[in-house]
Design a protein around this ligand. Structure first.
Ligand SMILES: [Zn+2]
Length: 493
């Protein structure tokens, strides 16, 4: 039974008066029928990040009402308390996240993921205060006043805030909210979403989002999806954003800065670019020239993979993020200023189909995101130059880049090597070999079908192999086995 929002009752449990009386527990907790546990597990079942995500809940919608205060707007007394590293900045995030969740089992307790660097002030369910414990490992353990029946939807509001500083480095990159001199940006893949909002941090638990982002007047607040409102009151401006295309937590973005806005469109899709005004003008012109090609890229890649999947697109380019990792946040890519080239822009745009629309079931299958984004990068290079040998050249360069890292298995790189060359270069090289083997037309059919078949359900390597085998009508194990499943350099590479 699916309960209406705001109703905590259901039919999947029976009240056990005896147990309640004997144990002294409030009768309203009830006891579920059968032997099923009523405690949602603390982890979501990912092999690499077992504590990410949670059992027993399915996130449906996030309403994030947050304010962000950059370092220079904070009282001096606060700033003086911190010994910052060179180039490090502070910021303050405050607000309330209201998460609509659906119970996938009867629940007397469940968790959300929220970094322990954030301080929780209160938790309510459907407006009523409930007990919670915020553990040092980032689990926010919530105990409703009575059992939530399976299938019921409830609204969990978490009020929280903290002074934040640069997040820890994961896989070589700062993962989480990154305070800048005049604002903040965020790079959350794979597990940085809980550094800014309570969530069910799984790559395949998608939800819709509404953002209300309040920033000092004069700065711009950016998020995913469509801008739907802006209101200035006193010294602050609130920016409203709306994402109706379901989105995984790690792809949600927040950025605050001194941005200039450039608006374009392609095939009816509005493109909003936010470029830091403090980037030197020569560099700004180069970035503008690259971003001006995005409508062409979008048209071309739509021909390769199927219609662009979302209702908007665009980029955030911040002066304080020069190098590191550009990130394919859904509908709003974070682009490093030193990486604002056509290859990177095509790569992140390709991710909108592969990674953002087609979501991973497990992080170990990250090659499905990165190899296909690499393939999109190569296709664009091939299309946009007169060099008919460019695909072969991209392949040769990838094989050259792999020297020394052939031992990593593409389909199981390990959590510490999630962004290794194997998942980009080796996986991309495999796709080139597949394309040569079965032809452009079959390859394009596979990619179109991959998107249309997997866009609502998480994707796995086995599903890709099955699809490619069916579309091509061939036994492809001689290709997939050495390239995807075995360590070592494949013969003939
Ligand atoms: Zn990528």
């Amino acid at each position: 039974m699916i309960g209406a929002a705001g109703v905590l009752a259901g039919a999947a449990w029976t009240l056990s008066i005896t147990a309640a009386t004997a144990g002294g527990a409030p009768a309203a907790y009830g006891t579920p029928s059968g032997t099923e546990s009523t405690i949602g597990s603390a982890g979501g079942g990912d092999q690499y990040y077992p504590m990410a995500g949670n059992g027993g809940i399915d996130a449906q919608h996030y309403d994030l009402d947050l304010s962000y205060t950059p370092e220079k707007y904070l009282p001096k007394a606060i700033r003086d308390q911190y010994h910052l590293l060179k180039g490090e900045h502070l910021g303050r995030i405050e607000g309330t996240a209201t998460v609509a969740i659906r119970a996938t089992q009867p629940l007397t307790r469940f968790d959300l993921d929220l970094s322990s660097t954030l301080h929780v002030r209160s938790v309510t369910i459907n407006g009523h205060a409930v007990a919670y414990a915020h553990r040092a490992d980032g689990e926010l353990v919530i105990t409703p006043q009575r059992l939530i029946a399976a299938g019921t939807r409830v609204s969990v509001a978490v009020a929280y805030g903290a002074i934040i500083r640069r997040p820890p480095v994961v896989n070589g990159f700062s993962t989480g909210l990154i305070p800048t001199a005049d604002g903040v940006v965020l790079s959350a893949e794979p597990t940085g979403a809980p550094t800014w909002f309570p969530c069910n941090d799984l790559p395949h638990d998608k939800a819709t989002y509404a953002f209300n982002l309040t920033v000092p007047r004069g700065l711009v607040g950016v998020s995913n999806g469509l801008p739907v409102g802006k209101r200035t009151t006193g010294n602050t401006t609130a920016y409203q954003w709306r994402t109706n295309d379901p989105m995984a937590p790690y792809l949600a973005e927040i950025a605050v800065g001194n941005y200039r806005i450039i608006t374009r469109s392609a095939m009816g899709v509005p493109i909003y670019d936010y470029i830091d005004r403090d980037i030197p003008s020569g560099r700004q012109r180069k970035i503008d020239a690259v971003l001006a090609k995005v409508p062409q890229m979008m048209r071309y890649l739509s021909g390769q993979f199927g219609p662009y999947p979302f209702s908007s697109y665009g980029h955030i380019v911040d002066k304080d993020l020069q190098a590191g990792a550009s990130m394919e946040n859904q509908t709003r890519t974070l682009l490093m200023t030193d990486e604002a080239d056509e290859a990177t822009v095509a790569h992140e745009l390709t991710h909108q189909w592969f990674g953002d629309q087609v979501a991973l079931g497990q992080w170990r299958d990250i090659w499905l995101n990165e190899s296909l984004a690499t393939w999109g990068e190569w296709l664009w290079r091939h299309h946009s130059t007169t060099d008919h040998e460019s695909l072969a050249a991209s392949y040769r360069e990838a094989v050259r880049d792999m020297s020394g890292s052939w031992q990593t298995v593409v389909t199981d790189p390990g959590a510490d090597d999630l962004f290794s060359d194997a998942v980009y270069a080796r996986g991309g090289a495999m796709l080139y070999r597949l394309d040569r083997l079965i032809g452009d037309s079959a390859m394009s059919t596979i990619l179109h079908q991959w998107v249309s078949m997997r866009r609502r359900q998480p994707a796995s390597t086995a599903q890709f192999v099955t699809l490619a085998t069916r579309v091509s009508g061939r036994d492809l194990s001689g290709l997939f086995e050495p390239w995807l499943f075995q360590p070592g350099k494949p013969r003939g590479a």
